[in-house]
Design a protein. Sequence first.
Length: 321
Amino acid sequence: MAKVAVTDFGGGEVEVEKKILEPLGCQVVLKQCKTTEEMIDLTSDADYVITQFAKVNADVINAMKKSKIIVRYGIGVDNVDLEAAAKKGIPVCNVPDYCIDEVADHALAMALSLTRRITQNSNVVKSGTWKLAVAVSDMKALKEMTVGVVGFGRIGREVVARFKAFKAKVLVFDPVVDGGEIRKAGCTPATLDEIYGQSDLISLHCPSNAKTKLMINAESIKKMKKGVLLVNTSRGDLVKTDDLVAGLQSGKVGAVALDVTNPEPIPADSPLLKMDNVIINSHVASCSAVAVTKLRTSVANLVAMAIRGQKLPTVVNRVKQ
């Protein structure tokens, strides 16, 4: 019986996956792995591997004796060593059309929470005071703002459409997208420095890789407008947390909304948790009942395709089939 190893999953039991894969002669084994040792113990003899957030590093991959595929619950694959998998001829697949509208909605909701200071005003009322919680100058309308969007992939494009509906001026940076495509969406192509220097609000929608990790740091924050607003629904490690805290403390950064943090989960003693102008969620932007069902079904179906020897549609590490 073929073994499908699920290294971690935050959605409870994997009944959806079992319903698809057990009829194909598979045993689906779920463990919530935290360490490299636990990962190797689970996956070394697995025929197929499914992962969510656990680190599938080179040591884990090199210990795999017969894995035919690694599939990620989600779009990003930054927890998987793609090169190590490629060297062993193991294709890595993701689900690129998952949670597009959910994340785009969440990014817009976070942006509106910052521009209208929803959370701060609610907290003041709950504390027993009927007043405006912030200075009038902190209450913004998107129509009057320049919004910088970093990343023009599936989610980035949906975010842009939402900001455009609110009549914002939108700048877009994406080094792999032709400027003509960006202009067709009613936006202005921009360099990253132009995003930093001209935007009243910056929303991150790029993958985590060698070029983007810690892109929001002391140097980039210095280039931003005083009082800039930041939304991150992408990956926590795009932001250097200590530098963000310093920016908030100095007033250079006016407010932030984070669905993702660096590290995750956020430490209990993080200064961000004590700041009124910071909104933090626990990496939930992708969530909806529809999206989760689609994700689990898509992941299981990718494994099923590998079992049947079919061509895999979403290989991200250039392994030829």
